[in-house]
Design a protein around this ligand. Structure first.
Ligand code: COA
Length: 314
């Protein structure tokens, strides 16, 4: 007891402990470099790598990061841009709108974390088993698709997974950005086992789905980020960071161009919250009903503004 008390008393006073950066009155130092010296001398892509990974990356890695930030930065109307627009239409302020856009990113919109984790696990398992990349890809597809019991090791690593993460695009079907990501990864010399694995998976899908299922942008980005040393969490965050560019544009355009609330019956275009889009015919919940008599404390005697005629009691 006395020893425990002594140990508590000997603890250091609170201070932040970090390997990322420090600041004093007249200097801000990031991973050892003065931020003022970095500004004007390195690109934002290089800065991202420096802050996240600790070093200024080789030129080709920086070019690839930059290309990925560009290719993912805008995608017209998708869950994040539309969420940002809706939050802006209610909140009328950029910060909640940005947060709303970001919050829509996850398992079905982007999915880069799940994808990255899957590529890491299947590449590692293939190495442990002495399989080729193609054999690893075949194992993954076979176990995802099977209607029989999955391999026990597969379940331990991937759970009862039934869809390929980072795969398929509901609008493009063949995501037109993925081949460009793979091309760039090869050109910049960063394509490694994980990029090769997603290419092999794409080929293997035909054997198990009866048609080729194509990797989407998140599948391709996550494979190339993992080949550059990024972790699954960083892969998802990377996509959110890039897509923030779009989120800001959509949120601000919403504020400048639209009325708010998105329901005006006087707009030229029928609005997404227009009453005509949410008629009783489209409702399939419980039938209209009354509160039981014993629950009535203050009876309803007036119809508001006479909209519902015949309810008013004289
Ligand atoms: C995004 C997603 C929800 C769209 O699914 P969806 O709306 O059902 O897509 P579609 O209706 O066009 O699906 C067509 C077919 O492909 C199948 N399919 C779609 N995505 C698949 C995937 N990732 N793995 C395996 N099969 C998939 C569907 O089951 C469907 O098959 P069926 O007709 O035999 O039932 C789905 O593709 C998915 O969960 N992908 C993984 C997550 C991901 O990568 N998200 C980022 C997208 S940018």
């Amino acid at each position: 007891m006395a020893e425990q008390k002594k140990a508590v008393e000997e603890r250091e006073p609170f201070h932040w402990q970090t390997a990322i950066s420090y600041k004093v009155l007249d200097r801000i130092v990031v991973r050892g470099y003065d931020v003022n010296e970095l500004a004007g001398n390195i690109s934002f892509a290089e800065m991202l790598y420096l802050v996240w990974k600790g070093e200024i990356p080789p030129k080709k890695v920086a070019q690839m990061i930059d290309a990925l930030l560009v290719i993912f930065s805008e995608h017209a109307m998708s869950p994040s841009s539309v969420s940002a627009r809706f939050v802006m239409s209610g909140a009328g302020y950029i910060m909640p709108a940005m947060a709303g856009g970001i919050l829509s990113i996850g398992f079905t919109h982007v999915d880069a974390h799940e994808a990255a984790e899957a590529w890491i696990k299947i590449v590692k398992l293939s190495k442990e088993k002495g399989w080729s990349i193609e054999e690893g890809a075949d194992y993954l597809c076979r176990n995802i698709r099977t209607k029989e019991e999955k391999d026990l090791e597969f379940v331990r690593l991937f759970g009862e997974r039934r869809v390929l993460p980072g795969w398929h695009h509901p609008q493009h079907i063949k995501d037109l950005r993925s081949p460009r990501v793979i091309e760039l990864a090869e050109q910049f010399g960063i394509a490694g086992d994980h990029v090769r694995m997603v290419q092999a998976i794409e080929k293997a899908t035909k054997n198990y789905w009866g048609r080729t299922l194509y990797m989407n942008i998140a599948g391709a980005i996550s494979a190339s980020l993992v080949d550059m040393g990024f972790e699954p969490v960083e892969c998802l965050a990377f996509c959110a960071l890039s897509r923030s560019v779009s989120i800001v544009a959509h949120a601000y355009e919403e504020q400048k161009r639209e009325k708010g609330w998105r329901a005006s019956s006087r707009s030229k275009i029928v609005q997404p919250l227009d009453l005509s889009l949410q008629k009783p015919e489209y409702y399939d919940g419980p039938e209209d009903r009354k509160l039981p008599e014993e629950r009535i404390v203050v009876p309803l005697t007036r119809a508001p503004y006479g909209y519902t005629k015949g309810m008013e009691k004289e």
